[in-house]
Design a binder for this molecule. Structure first.
Ligand code: FAD
Length: 495
């Protein structure tokens, strides 16, 4: 049943990519309606609340503050118009083997001293490494990240050709880091940030050395209302510009006639439309919402792609505080190589035996995220996409990670649980229509970076566009905000 409503621009999905595209397009004067299958906006960055505890369900690291500033500038606004930011110090804590606990600080000099304890001239080596990382960051921001690509000629534009050799796209990050640093500690600290892109250092191009510049120099920040405050601010801008949000509206089909998307069919009926921007997961949209002849990428294409990990996430509220944990704490005391093999072996997905993991305690910085005297814990372990995920697996795995955590911090945690929710592979599939239950999207290998990521504009349907983490520049909140700006500009030029 088509309702007869005419929606000029339809956006499918209210993740960061969809919210940002909606606000930008409405700001250009378009009538925009967002269809979201869930009852909250934010997508993977939704919030879960229970018994006074507040959990950002996905992103917890506010990185690249310059990208957020640039985004809000589109509307003559600033992040601080919506939320207060705190620079975290320490940026994060790491538990290593040999019971070593180290803090990476906001102050660079302290980090140089720290690296001196790892190996001879460690501080000097880090300084040089970060100088190179900065060059890569500047070059990417200036000539690559905000660009849209239609062909290899667009990619190798003049600016990039001039600086191209410095981009270092043809070797992997692991070979760069192991060449420069001898100690396990230095290597792990410089490679862990690749986890933000869902990758492994052995398959990620060395251009992503720039993540260390992001981490050490741009710094690690947190908004006073959690990541939810960022989500809400973009929704607010959209509403000010007239965006309409249709929650609990799952799109079931994009109907195409004469090469153009004409109708968006939802579980609440259909809407005529002039243009569609898809923010929902790309494979879901192409394989399930479009008929075969209208797909830019077929089943075979997605089968051959390298997907980023899924995740096991436990949201746990406890009625006490744990001093040993910082806002961000990484447990990297395990066998790194074996752990990456387990996560990236798509032929043989299995639950990791002894994984590295990450604990986020946002209530350390924003006490209102937990009741007084309590703490909000978010525990994240990467898992292989497509992994079989049962209640028994989850419970067994939860107890395994918790036993390790309790031992490391020397405190009981499970006895103090007030609330607990586990989110894993099946939830990513069901809640977000995620292919193989990936938590992220396509890994940033060379073959899946820049112009080799799925396109922002359909090749088959002339008024169909895509935004979000599947598209260039890729995974992470700042990247999806940039992706939305690329799409909005593309539409401005073509529509
Ligand atoms: C556990 C976790 C931790 C992370 N940590 C960080 C971090 O610390 N920092 C960082 O920057 N990034 C982090 N990320 C990555 C970041 O969250 C994502 O890259 C980003 O939020 C993706 O946004 P998106 O708009 O592309 O997609 P999504 O957020 O997935 O939005 C897509 C939306 O489409 C909706 N949808 C799907 N199908 C349909 C349909 N048929 N009809 C209607 N709606 C539909 C979905 O419900 C969803 O709301 C993390 C991600 C996860 C999962």
């Amino acid at each position: 049943m088509i309702k007869g409503d005419h929606v000029k621009i339809s956006i499918i999905g209210a993740g960061f990519g969809g919210l940002a595209a909606a606000a930008l397009l409405a700001d250009m004067g378009h009538d925009v309606t967002v269809f979201e299958k869930n009852d909250q906006v934010g997508g993977r960055a939704r919030m879960h609340k229970d018994k006074g505890f507040q959990f950002d369900m996905g992103p917890s690291w506010y990185l690249m503050p310059d990208v957020f500033e640039e985004f809000y500038e589109n509307f003559d606004r600033k992040p601080e118009d919506f939320f207060e930011l705190t620079r975290l110090d320490p940026s994060y804590r790491i538990f290593f083997s040999d019971e070593r606990i180290l803090d990476v600080h906001a102050d660079l000099e302290k980090n140089y001293d720290l690296f001196d304890t790892f190996e001879e001239n460690g501080g000097e080596k880090l300084e040089k490494y970060l100088e190179e990382a900065k060059k890569k960051y500047d070059l990417s921001m200036d000539g690559m990240i905000y660009e849209d690509y239609d062909s290899i000629f667009d990619f190798f534009n003049l600016k990039l050709l001039r600086g191209g050799s410095k981009l270092d796209v043809f070797r992997n990050l692991d070979s760069l880091v192991t060449k420069r640093f001898d100690s396990e500690e230095a290597r792990k600290i410089l490679e862990y940030s690749i986890g933000f892109l869902g990758g492994s250092p052995k398959i990620t191009p060395a251009i992503y050395q720039l993540m260390s510049y992001v981490d050490f120099i741009k710094g690690v920040w947190f908004p006073d209302g959690g990541i939810k405050a960022v989500v809400d601010s973009i929704k607010e801008i959209g509403e000010e510009k007239g965006v309409e949000f249709k929650m609990n509206h799952e799109v079931e089909k994009i109907q195409v006639e004469d090469g153009s998307a004409k109708v968006v069919k939802t579980n609440h009926g259909g809407y005529y439309t002039d243009l569609v921007v898809v923010n929902a997961d790309y494979p879901h949209s192409e394989l399930e919402l479009l008929d075969k002849e209208h797909r830019t990428y077929d089943k075979k294409f997605w089968k051959k792609k390298d997907f980023a990990p899924s995740a096991f996430v436990a949201y746990v509220g406890i009625d006490k505080q744990i001093d040993e944990l910082e806002h961000h704490t990484l447990f990297l005391d395990k066998d790194w190589g074996e752990n990456f093999d387990e996560i990236f072996d798509s032929e043989n997905p299995r639950w990791p035996k002894d994984p590295s993991y990450y604990v986020n305690v946002p209530s350390k910085t924003v006490p209102k995220m937990a009741p007084e005297g309590s703490e909000t814990l978010f525990i994240l372990v990467p898992l292989a996409p497509g992994l079989e995920d049962t209640e028994e697996d989850r419970e067994r795995f939860y107890n395994k990670i918790m036993s390790d955590l309790e031992e490391k911090v020397g405190e009981d945690i499970r006895e103090h649980e007030v609330t607990k929710r586990i989110f894993a592979v099946n939830d990513f599939r069901e809640d977000y229509n995620a292919y193989k239950g990936t938590a992220l999207s396509l890994v940033h290998t060379l073959r899946q970076t820049a112009l080799w990521r799925p396109r922002h504009k359909s090749k088959k349907v002339d008024n169909l566009y895509y935004t979000g983490q599947y598209t260039h520049p890729g995974i992470g909140v700042p990247m999806t905000l940039i992706s939305a700006q690329i799409v909005a500009n593309n539409i401005k030029e073509n529509y």
